[in-house]
Design a protein. Structure first.
Length: 69
């Protein structure tokens, strides 16, 4: 995967509220994953929704470690 194929999503950490750009790979389809906050290093749960027809990122939901997304 080339970096230019990644979709950039502006998000805020659910712990410290730091804004950052999340790089999403839409070729993976819809999925749940984890990423650490670049500022406070807390584990962020991510739910990525990708359109099966267009392959575009439809939504990105962030939650704390113990949230259910």
């Amino acid at each position: 995967m080339n970096e230019e194929d990644l979709a950039s999503q502006p998000v805020h950490c659910p712990y410290c509220d730091t804004p950052f750009d999340l790089q999403v790979d839409p070729s993976q389809g819809s999925h749940v994953t984890w990423e650490d906050c670049p500022c406070c290093c807390a584990p962020i749960q991510l739910r990525i929704e990708v359109s099966p027809s267009s392959g575009d990122v439809e939504s990105v939901s962030l939650g704390r470690d113990d949230d259910v997304l």
